[in-house]
Design a protein around this ligand. Structure first.
Ligand code: ADP
Length: 536
């Protein structure tokens, strides 16, 4: 057959040729002969053929006396072949129970004249158990008597593998039953999932009540978590990520929500890479999540208190700043009264004075609005933030203090800084802490050394970086890391909370807050914020 055609084409051609041959045979009315020689085959020749066969062959007469046994049968019994002939199995097999079992089947075949197919074990004289797939058929002899032909193929290896498989499945089942943390095993093709009973119990169900379908599990997921979890699962099934890992909420039978951490892996794929089976585990992390939520709440409360303290400390400076526009308004109003008291006043001049008064009122209102927003207690939020604008606003907060202490504050905002998703009030709190610390650090220095520089820039790893550089005494040598510890302060009346709160805020935004020496003089405190925002 030509080698250049496909296997499928070659099979099709072969079939066509067989069909052609069969038609020819039918036309000639001939029966196919199994032997090419066409002549008589000697008994010796047939014995040789049967002795070469690895399968066991035997013939018994109607009294169950062995009339023929091939070499494989003799080897199995561990007896000379001649000894087997003329004896029953009861006489040649050393284990009476087994012999009775074989003979009962033999009798059944002879009585019913039906063929029997069965898997059976046999214990060898050496005590080893071997397994056989046996066919026993009635054999009609030329004189009309019915004898029995048995052919057995050894399947010990297959049985051992089946047994090993059964044992390992049993072990897996026991592991499933006993696992404190539930395990799951998902047959992706048939969409059946086995869960440990502890999973059903965790959700308040009886293990038997639980339908093993994936959509049953999917329906238990909190609707807000479902799309995220299903996307991760899909990515894992389709091989885009090596492992499935997700934290999500599930609804229990009594309507309560529990937090669960689940992880898993695809353990079998077909030749096309399609997932066939996935296994994994689940753990109840409700308590951990609640503790985290409590810690977050505490952190938010603390950071609020700290903002109030900061605002209180800045009150004197802010009062001064507020005083300026209010004094200006008062002056403008006095001016208006004077103008109105004159007989003939210029209407346009009066309007201009009033417009300026309104402008100053706006300025005062803006200061109050900012302060109010800063000290208000509110839930942490995510909003698009222009970091340069936040820096400018914070700088305006501390301007009174900067002026009072004779510090030069230089802002170097980077142009085209991307918008960052963050909580603007919290980020301003960090900036304010760093800028006030820097101002306080340089306030101790000689007037010409009182410099604070704030710069923003785009940093590696898709981050925005904010740096506060000062020319103060620098970080305490050997204790650089301690400045971030809660309650660590070197200032009389200091709280020592500013930097620890700031670091917690930055890290909650998936950024970093660090301190290092500013060359030979002073310190640099810098933090980064990822452009993408904290996410989940
Ligand atoms: P507090 O300002 O109330 O002391 P912080 O947590 O803000 O609390 O700061 C902790 C300590 O870190 C300060 O007491 C000071 O010793 C040190 N520190 C902070 N900023 C600077 C800085 N710019 N230069 C030198 N030391 C600093």
């Amino acid at each position: 057959m030509p080698a250049d055609c496909t296997a499928g084409e070659r099979v099709a051609r072969l079939r066509a040729r067989v069909a052609e041959w069969e038609a020819q045979q039918r036309a000639q009315g001939e029966r196919a002969d199994a032997f090419a020689s066409g002549g008589e085959l000697s008994a010796d020749f047939l014995h040789q053929v049967l002795d070469t066969s690895p399968g066991v062959v035997f013939i018994k007469d109607r009294d169950l006396i062995t009339r023929y046994a091939n070499q494989a049968m003799a080897d199995l019994c561990g007896l000379p072949r001649g000894f087997l002939i003329g004896r029953t199995t009861a006489e040649t097999h050393p284990y009476p129970d087994e012999a009775a079992r074989y003979m009962a089947v033999d009798r059944h075949v002879l009585a019913t004249r039906e063929r029997v197919v069965l898997d059976e074990s046999i214990t060898t004289p050496g005590g080893i158990v071997r397994w056989f797939h046996t066919v026993k058929v009635p054999l009609t002899m030329p004189d009309g008597q019915v004898w029995l032909l048995g052919i057995a193929t050894e399947i010990t290896r297959r049985k051992q593998m089946e047994e090993a498989l059964r044992r390992s499945e049993e072990q897996v089942r026991q592991l499933f039953e006993a696992a404190v943390d539930p395990l799951w095993d998902w047959d992706v093709v048939r969409d059946r999932t086995s869960f440990s009973p502890s999973w059903a119990r965790m959700l308040g169900y009886d293990p038997d009540e639980f339908d093993p379908l994936v959509h049953v599990w999917e329906n238990l997921l909190h609707p807000d978590d479902r799309p995220r979890v299903m996307a991760v699962l899909r990515d894992c099934l389709e091989g885009r990520r090596p492992e499935y890992e997700a934290e999500y909420r599930v609804r229990t039978r009594h309507g309560e929500l529990r937090w669960v951490f689940s992880r898993g892996k695809v353990v079998a794929r077909d030749a096309h890479g399609r997932a066939l089976r996935m296994i994994g585990s689940l753990s109840d992390i409700t308590e951990r999540r609640r503790a985290e939520e409590r810690a977050q709440k505490l952190q938010a409360d603390l950071s609020h208190v700290s903002r109030l303290v900061t605002a209180g400390e800045m009150a004197a400076g802010l009062a001064h700043e507020l005083n300026q526009p209010l004094t200006a308004v008062l002056n403008y109003m006095d001016g208006c009264v004077m103008l109105l008291n004159t007989e003939r006043f210029d209407r346009n001049e009066l309007l201009e004075v009033m417009r300026r008064a309104a402008e100053q009122t706006q300025r005062a209102a803006e200061i109050i609005r900012r302060l109010n927003r800063f000290v208000r207690r509110q839930e942490p939020l995510q909003a698009p933030c222009n970091i340069n604008e936040l820096v400018r606003e914070v700088a305006s907060f501390i301007t009174p203090e900067v002026l009072r202490l004779g510090v030069t504050l230089k802002l170097t905002p980077a142009e085209d800084l991307p918008i960052v998703s963050a909580d603007p009030i919290q980020i301003q709190q960090v900036m304010l802490n760093l800028m006030r610390n820097a101002v306080e650090a340089v306030a101790q220095e000689r007037p010409e050394r009182r410099h604070v520089a704030v710069a923003t820039r785009l940093a590696e790893g898709d981050c925005v970086r904010v740096e506060v550089r000062d020319t103060g005494a620098g970080l305490p040598e050997g204790h650089e890391g301690r400045v971030f510890d809660a309650f660590h302060t070197t200032k009389p009346g200091g709280l020592g909370m500013g930097l620890s709160i700031s670091r917690a805020i930055v890290e909650a935004h998936r950024g970093r807050l660090c301190a290092e020496p500013n060359g030979t003089r002073g310190a640099v405190f810098w933090f980064t914020l990822p452009i993408q925002g904290p996410g989940r």
